[in-house]
Design a protein around this ligand. Sequence first.
Ligand code: AMP
Length: 118
Amino acid sequence: MCLFCKIVNNEIAANIELENDDFIAFHDINPKAPVHILAIPKLHVESFNEVSPDVMSGMSAFIQELTKRLGIDKSGYRVITNVGENGGQEVKHLHWHILGGSKLKWDHFCDADPKDFF
Ligand code: AMP
């Protein structure tokens, strides 16, 4: 069973911010911003590559509810999901990083030249 499935099953403790029948949101153990919450489907889905439109639809509503509850919906925030090796995905259970509570930076994603792919 993966790490986040263990959180869903209460086998590992987490600081839960919001939960419903299908999704759960908890504080990242190593926060990168004043607000850093992970939102996940309870269903094990490996990454964004495999997510269904149905789960995505519920996920969007859940994240919107979460950002309102946290009081960051108006000030702004970032939603990120890392996919696979180049995306830097460490936990192979779909999760969305919700980052906010301060002005976020947007620079230096990689060392490669952005003009090198296409
Ligand atoms: P990613 O690199 O996108 O797979 O992100 C995984 C995230 O999970 C990282 O930001 C970790 O800090 C976080 N993380 C790992 N273990 C735990 C845990 N037990 N509780 C909360 N967050 C965790």
